[in-house]
Design a protein around this ligand. Structure first.
Ligand SMILES: O=P(O)(O)OC[C@H]1O[C@H](O[C@H]2O[C@H](CO)[C@@H](O)[C@H](O)[C@H]2O)[C@H](O)[C@@H](O)[C@@H]1O
Ligand SMILES: O=c1ccn([C@@H]2O[C@H](COP(=O)(O)OP(=O)(O)O)[C@@H](O)[C@H]2O)c(=O)[nH]1
Length: 461
């Protein structure tokens, strides 16, 4: 069997593939180890021309090579900050109002894809299979094909794929989707995303799609399927239990003085619905006075993509809302919203989830939302908390025993919180059991192995 080559904009550090590190890195590293392979992408650093051109930097970990390159300032601005995160990210999350398009940024996006592909070519062998991740790298297979690479290449989109009418707002949509058709397998998080891609091909590209997802478009044949990304639920459960009495949990518990805890964790991104969520929590305190002084929302929100303008705005709005709501409902010994602008280790988060009565996960749009899955997995099955989840998170297709909400309906979310906080133990247990079964049925290993079997053209299982 040929080696596996994983390509993503962010590459896990070798240290992140061990123990309690992020599940995605652990799962991908596991697959890389099985066949030997390479994990290739951006180092996360902006560097000088000389350093960028000298790359990639190679770090060996057994049979796996981590190969990373730095980006020069102009490439970072046009490829990452510009076309990826100021055009594609908002449009793919149905926020055309926040999308900006610059022709030069798109040229930079294609140029960096071509440059990265050229760097990878030197590391490839003829029987390698190549698995590319996410919207930063849509033209990557096209660029490899132009370098004469005929290997099997697959693509997995972690974000939503927008309905064609929304996608048409990206001026070079046709060229972009034509490039996407250079892959052999294209994977999506949900049926809706896959359906939107098929719709685009049929309505706007004279493509044909068979019932099995075999596609002919732009003179290429490829296949699509839905591969819902998961977690390893039993590992998370063990980790959350193991850390139950660690210092950070005890400190939080003590500071709550018996109050109920609602937990939310998101990158500080406008797609996560944070402002609407704060307003829903305010509405709960407004409508249900018995909860004033008796429930605390802890929102962990590490900053992300802080040099993109729309991210500066969301941060500003959120700070305003937190201050306003806290000013309205705080007491001398009570602050309703604890808003923490910093990153916590994943292992710490899992034990905080276990300590809370409600997980409040309400993105306006989200490819999957792993936090929702982690929240369920981290619960004590004897006394589980309740997940309140947006119907627009990919995770809602599987976690059907969560309390589902529309994140635009502030009153509806406040009612859902009230219901979750008052939910009897028997109902909480039953919902938890159903959600846990869904997580076990489709864990992170299943996501990975199904995709790789399809890419290799082998039967799964
Ligand atoms: O690399 P950054 O710009 O700092 O952003 C972090 C990642 O955000 C996005 O995550 C997505 O993938 C998750 C796993 O499949 C999914 O649950 C979530 O819904 C997505 O938003 C982005 O797609 C990644 O490429 C970024 O690395
Ligand atoms: O302070 C933080 C915030 C988030 N996460 C992790 O980052 C991932 C976020 O993934 P998700 O799919 O929820 O959203 P994304 O940020 O990828 O859009 C989850 O594994 C979280 O546990 C973390 O380790 N520390």
């Amino acid at each position: 069997m040929g080696r596996l080559i994983v390509v993503s904009n962010r590459v896990a550090k070798p240290t992140e593939t061990k123990g309690s590190a992020g599940g995605l890195a652990v799962a991908i590293f596991g697959a890389l180890k099985d066949t030997g392979g390479v994990w290739f992408g951006w180092s996360g650093e902006v560097v000088s021309e000389a350093v960028a051109h000298a790359g990639p930097t190679l770090v060996e970990e057994g049979t796996v090579t981590f190969a990373t390159v730095g980006l020069v300032r102009r490439d970072y601005d046009q490829y990452y900050r510009g076309f990826s995160n100021a055009t594609l990210w908002p449009v793919f999350h149905y926020r055309n109002d926040l999308a900006a398009y610059e022709r030069d940024d798109y040229a930079g996006y294609r140029r960096v894809n071509a440059w990265l592909a050229h760097k990878l070519v030197k590391l490839l062998a003829p029987d390698d299979i190549i698995w590319v991740h996410d919207y930063h790298l849509i033209p990557f297979a096209d660029a490899l094909r132009r370098e004469g690479i005929g290997n099997r290449i697959g693509f997995f989109l972690h974000t939503p794929f927008p309905a064609p009418q929304v996608l048409l707002n990206v001026p070079p949509h046709e060229e972009l989707i034509k490039s996407l058709c250079c892959y052999d397998v294209v994977g999506f998080q949900t049926d809706t995303d896959r359906g939107a891609f098929h719709d685009y091909l049929v309505r706007h590209a004279h493509g044909t799609v068979s019932e099995q997802g075999e596609i002919e478009a732009f003179g290429r044949r490829l296949r699509t399927d839905v591969y819902r990304i998961g977690v390893f639920p039993d590992e998370i459960a063990r980790e959350a239990e193991r850390n139950e009495s660690r210092q950070h949990v005890l400190e939080l518990k003590q500071s709550l003085e018996g109050r109920e805890l609602v937990m939310s964790v998101d990158r500080l991104d406008y797609s996560k619905g944070l402002v609407e969520r704060f307003k829903a929590f305010e509405r709960l305190l407004e409508n249900a006075p018995q909860w004033r002084g008796n429930v605390t929302l802890v929102q962990i929100a590490p900053p992300t993509r802080a040099d993109v303008e729309s991210y500066q705005e969301i941060r500003h709005n959120l700070e305003y809302e937190a201050g306003r709501i806290n000013g309205r409902f705080s007491g001398l010994d009570y602050t309703p919203i604890r808003y923490l602008n910093q990153r916590y280790a994943r292992s710490q988060l899992m034990s905080l989830f276990r300590e809370s009565q409600v997980g409040f996960v309400t993105p306006l749009r989200d490819g999957m939302n792993l936090v929702a899955k982690e929240y369920v997995a981290a619960q004590n099955p004897e006394d589980p908390g309740v997940l309140v989840l947006s119907e627009f998170a990919g995770a809602a297709a599987e976690l059907c025993a969560a309390v589902l909400v529309n994140p635009h309906d502030i009153a509806g979310m406040a009612e859902a919180l009230e219901r979750a906080l008052a939910m009897p133990l028997a109902e909480r247990r039953q919902r938890h059991e159903v959600n846990m079964a869904a997580l076990r049925k489709n864990d992170l290993g299943t996501w990975r192995d199904r995709f790789l079997a399809d890419l290799r053209g082998e039967p799964y299982g």
